[in-house]
Design a protein around this ligand. Structure first.
Ligand code: C2E
Ligand code: MG
Ligand code: MG
Length: 521
């Protein structure tokens, strides 16, 4: 009995061991394997088994399951990486968009202000000088209006490239928008160092810009503000650099100006002019004076130039040299020019009724007017309403238009010409127009700028320019008007060299229409 019992126990022990080895052990290995995978996240390891029984099959299927899991895991990892790359690219794009100007690739206002903040904090600790150079292209609006936005954009890109070349390491060149750029200069020894950079920038504009079909002579005006002298924070520094840029513009194209405290006062005056200009037509604050021109052939006064005057109850008399540029920047000029045409036509009619029949009136028109049909249509209507011979009206366009001309501008000028009105090129000699342009333009008159007359008797160079312009005008079949004649010697010289018409204070200042009657008799 005992023997049987012992045998039974032994058999159970042996069977238990066998089961443990063949069943429990592989299952435990699998459990351990799962735990290791869970811990290490490594799905590559497989269980090995040579067994051909149920357990062997279980292990094989377990391994196949691991294959699938690993495949999924690899896919997930790949997706994860792609997603991460996408997020990185998008983050970079968003950063670029938020901090850089999309047209030129330069830092935008946001990034400039950020860098300015950092630079100010650093300079406050180290006592180093900072400078902000505020640039604005001269007559960019005229270029944009005449050559179209595409060319305007091309020019801005070229300007950005040129400015980036001038910048040294550590400088920031930003585009604020439109044609406004800013240089932030750090670590300056003294404020005057900023003027060296300003000069370098202005000089770099002396080389013309080559766009697709155009060669453009462009200049820039620069206003400079210095930290800490001109402001303690970014807003004031930018505002003061902007104000001084306007002062630079007043000096003429291609100039720079440091900020001074007086400028704030005059920028308020400018604002007052701009605000009052908007209501000047409705409030009847404009009027025209007429400056007679004398024909040297017979000393007759049959030509006059209409010159605009503005009297505002608050500000007083404001010269056109001051308000016309502001009107041009703010587009108020469009209404002003139309108003001037109407008044001139009305005046021609009044003079006709008073017996003055054969007078020619020149009116000044801003360049921007020529890119649409508004001026032409207005002109047609006024000529009809007041029953005027179109040849009695001469449209004066400043020489700059002939440089930045476009097909549209020429078309408008040709239509004006077809109407029978005359065209004069004003301020001749101050722009950069080439002779080829003038040859192809439908002009009737050249008006030589007063700057060549002012020192005519003292300067051999001015005499040469005057003589050759007279010859040039005549050989192109144009009449020449000399502006700004103030002395008898100048008049004699011009008459001797057969200048056709003389205009200037020597003969008469701009006068009221009633007084013109006396002149022409
Ligand atoms: P501009 O068309 O070249 O006009 C000639 C300017 O020279 C006038 O200045 C005239 O008063 C001035 N002038 C005439 N004779 C003499 C002289 O002997 N010596 C000196 N020193 N100056 C003389 P004004 O009236 O102040 O006009 C300045 C500019 O404003 C004009 O130059 C013209 O470009 C613009 N402007 C005047 N009226 C109008 C207008 O109705 N529309 C537009 N768009 N611009 C105008
Ligand atoms: Mg004029
Ligand atoms: Mg002129």
């Amino acid at each position: 009995m005992l023997g049987i019992l012992a045998f039974g126990v032994l058999t159970i022990v042996i069977a238990a061991k066998y089961f443990k080895k063949s069943l429990t052990y592989p299952i435990r290995r699998m459990v351990r394997h799962i735990q290791t995978i869970y811990r290490t996240q490594n799905f590559e390891r497989r269980l090995r088994s040579k067994r051909d029984d149920e357990v062997g099959r279980l292990i094989m299927e377990f391994n196949q399951m691991l294959d699938t899991v690993q495949e999924r895991e690899n896919e997930l990892t790949l997706h994860g990486k792609q997603l991460q790359r996408l997020v990185e690219v998008r983050t970079e794009q968003l950063y670029q968009k938020a901090h850089f100007d999309s047209l030129t690739g330069l830092p935008n206002r946001y990034l400039l202000v950020d860098r300015l903040h950092q630079a100010i904090s650093k300079s406050a600790r180290t006592n180093e000088v900072l400078a902000l150079l505020f640039l604005d292209l001269d007559r960019f609006k005229v270029i944009n209006d005449n050559l179209g936005h595409q060319n305007g954009d091309l020019l801005l890109k070229e300007v950005a490239k040129r400015l980036s070349k001038i910048a040294r390491e550590g400088d920031t060149v930003a585009r604020l928008g439109g044609d406004e750029f800013v240089f932030l200069l750090e670590n300056l020894n003294n404020p005057q160092d900023a003027s060296k950079t300003a000069r370098r920038i202005i000089d770099s504009f002396k080389i013309p810009f080559h766009l697709q079909d155009h060669i453009l002579h462009v200049s820039t005006s620069i206003g400079i503000s210095i930290y800490p002298a001109d402001g303690k924070d970014d807003k004031i520094l930018l505002k003061n650099a902007d104000i001084s840029m306007y002062h630079a513009k007043e000096k003429g194209p291609g100039q720079f100006s440091f900020y001074t405290h007086d400028m704030n006062k005059s920028s308020l005056e400018r604002l007052a002019i701009e605000t009052n200009l908007r209501s000047a037509i409705d409030n009847n604050e404009f009027y025209l004076l007429y400056q007679p021109q004398m024909r040297t052939k017979d000393n007759q006064y049959k030509n006059v130039e209409a010159l605009l005057r503005w009297k505002n109850p608050q500000i007083g008399d404001i010269s056109p040299g001051v308000f016309i540029p502001i009107a041009e920047e703010t587009a108020i000029i469009n209404q002003i020019d139309l108003w001037v045409i109407t008044q001139a036509c009305k005046q021609i009619k009044t003079w006709k009724e008073q017996g003055l029949k054969d007078i020619t009136v020149a009116v000044n028109i801003s360049a921007g007017q020529l890119i649409s049909d508004t001026l032409l249509e207005h002109l047609k209507r006024q000529l009809m309403i007041y029953q005027i011979n179109p040849a009695q009206l001469e449209i004066e366009i400043t020489e700059a238009v002939f440089v930045e001309h476009s097909a549209r501008t020429i078309k408008t000028l040709e239509s004006i010409k077809k109407l029978g009105a005359r065209i004069a090129i004003d301020d001749f000699g101050t722009g950069y127009s080439s002779l080829q342009y003038i040859q192809n333009f439908p002009a009737d008159t050249l008006k030589l700028d007063g700057m060549f007359i002012r020192n005519l008797m003292e300067s051999k160079a001015s005499q040469g320019i005057v003589r050759s312009t007279i010859i040039l005008a005549h050989s192109l079949g144009l009449e020449l008007v000399a502006e700004g004649v103030e002395t008898q010697e100048q008049l004699d010289y011009l008459t001797h060299h057969q200048c056709d018409l003389i205009q200037g204070f020597l003969l008469s200042k701009p006068i009221k229409p009633e007084e013109i009657i006396v002149f022409t008799q």
